[in-house]
Design a protein around this ligand. Sequence first.
Ligand code: SAH
Ligand code: SF4
Length: 329
Amino acid sequence: MDLGKLEASLKDEPKYRTEQVKEAVFKNLLTSWDEAKYLPVPLKQKLKLKFPLAIKAQLYKSTDGQSQKAVITFKDEQKIETVLMANRTGRNSVCVSSQVGCPMGCEFCQTGKMGLIRNLTAGEIITQLLYFARLLGTNKRIDNVVFMGMGEPLLNWENVVQSIKIINDPKAFNIASRKISLSTCGIIPGIKKLTDFPLQINLAISLHAPTSKLRSQLMPVNKKYPLPELMETVKHYVYKTGRKVMFEYLMLKDINDSPQHARQLAKLLDHPLYFVNLIKYNYTQSQFQASTEKKIKEFMQTLKNYNINTARRYSFGEDIAAACGQLAT
Ligand code: SAH
Ligand code: SF4
């Protein structure tokens, strides 16, 4: 199903038809075109062939009942993961994947170990949201979308942009751009494109190290797009958009969690619109361990002493970080 092409495929139909079809998919959440009694039979036949509505997925619930993970299998049998999280106030966030695997090879990341298998189409990104929208039912809605699942979204620009348009479309998911966030490991050309992108979505940067040397050891991307250039690009983004930027910082025991690292980080984050989210490392099969609670608190205090806006939770996508980042099929 490439729902990303749904609208384009209806260009010869009258406008009200297009709206009926979109309503069937995104508002009424139909799972079969046969349910759309109001559509003419030939159109239904065409839709059945080109845009089958069935989604092949397996659902897993977390023990605390707060999050649900789905493994979705696409036409070519490739699988990705996506996560739905409900926060305390009942708002629903979905973490979507943008690629099968990821080419960036960050040392601490499970998805990185897979390498890149392929990009997802816009329709496959939308399918992840559609799956959870159906699960929630027509009385509830998805409030936030974060591109923090498998893959590097800025390396799949066309499809990610197309999916964001559908997420934002009032006749589709109708989610405001400020409720959509994208996380990147620091693909500079992509951040530049986002700077001029008409929809003002939130930007998150997976930073994870306060110096270029350490960052190169953890994240190979830093060799191609080094920290000083990355920070310059982000500064320009803030200057042009006036929007906040979230820096994600994974707390790795004895690697990047000392008071000195905190001071270096504080100096790096030299703009009032920057804020930090400290992320607890989810154990994966790697040489890393999570920082102790004491170290995380101390680190946070040092940042606060420098007046850096610091949180331990994602305020863009709520608590979804814990569920993401260790996605691999
Ligand atoms: N490729 C993009 C989007 C994926 S976001 C990016 O890296 O930003 C997934 C987030 O989870 C990233 O911030 C990533 O660094 C983080 N992450 C990776 N492995 C993790 C782990 N084992 N525990 C916690 N977070 C992890
Ligand atoms: Fe890819 Fe992001 Fe994982 Fe790095 S952290 S390997 S960029 S998914």
